[in-house]
Design a protein around this ligand. Structure first.
Ligand code: MG
Length: 280
């Protein structure tokens, strides 16, 4: 794979990504995939998807769960990832299944939002979360894979603590600069410098901050790439500084307007291509 291939976040039957045909029409060479629902996670569907890819490389498969809602930050904290305790055990099993499906797609990376990890590292909840994360990573490792945690729900420092506490060598980060702004968890470039050595995949997404007294309470606003507060040129320069050479995977989370979503992704791909030439 050449350095910094363009990518796009895609979905099959649910999730916020575009459908594969958008990547094909725009000539985008790599995709991350939001894992399809359980009945589609089998070898036959994997083979059909790979045939449709026709050379497009699947660089990560993201697990998502029924019952998750990003309606507002409080709802996200209550419903997303492995953090909600009443669904934790069943979601661990789902992630193992997603890992098996990724293996069917010959993909070596599983991604996820773990959720709002408690700050209390001595709590039983935190220790249990460490335990189940290890259980997942051992399964993922058995498939020859690594797992990438998406950023945004924790500060960079807390994410580093968590990764260190898990003590596994196949746990890394999918860095999303816009999420840091949307959740109000920290200035994204500074965060990227802090967690740089763990970054193995990235999202190219942009956002504007909520008012400072609303950080962590009200969402910032996701906007087309280049129009927000990330500073995309600085973002790419920082990726270069940390030695990141993997895909630049575009996310635009407006599935309610598929035409606009496609237009914004096309614009983002052009922007990234020109910046890639400039920065080298
Ligand atoms: Mg993202």
């Amino acid at each position: 794979m050449s350095k910094w291939p363009i990518g796009v976040f895609t979905s099959v039957d649910h999730g916020l990504g575009v459908h594969l045909d958008v990547a094909q029409e725009l000539g985008i060479p790599t995709v991350q995939l939001h894992a399809p629902s359980k009945e589609k996670r089998n070898q036959k569907d994997a083979d059909e998807f790979l045939a449709k890819c026709n050379g497009i490389q699947v660089t990560a498969v993201f697990g998502g769960f029924t019952g998750e809602s990003y309606a507002d930050i409080a709802t996200t904290a209550r419903t997303v990832g492995l953090v909600p305790q009443d669904t934790r055990a069943e979601r661990v099993e789902i992630l193992k299944d997603v890992s098996d499906f990724a293996a069917m797609l010959k993909c070596d990376t599983v991604g996820m939002h773990i959720g709002f990890v408690t700050e209390d590292r001595n709590s039983d909840d935190y220790k249990n979360l460490i335990g189940v994360t290890r259980e997942i990573l051992d399964h993922v490792g058995g498939n020859g894979q690594k797992m990438h945690l998406e950023t945004g729900q924790e500060t960079a420092d807390h994410l580093l603590h968590f990764i260190n506490d898990v003590e596994r060598d196949n746990l890394f980060i999918n860095f999303d600069p816009a999420n840091m702004i949307l959740y109000g968890t920290g200035e994204p470039i500074e965060a990227l410098q802090k967690v740089g050595k763990f970054v193995r995949s990235v999202h190219c997404k942009d956002a504007t901050w909520a008012a400072e007294d609303k950080w962590g309470v009200e969402w910032g606003c996701e906007v087309p790439l280049g129009e927000g507060d990330v500073g995309i040129e600085t973002y790419l320069r920082t990726l270069k500084d940390i030695g990141y050479e993997g895909p630049l995977t575009i996310e635009r989370e407006i599935p309610e307007d598929r035409e606009q979503q496609k237009a914004d992704i096309s614009h983002a791909a052009n922007l990234l291509t020109s910046l890639r030439e400039k920065i080298g």
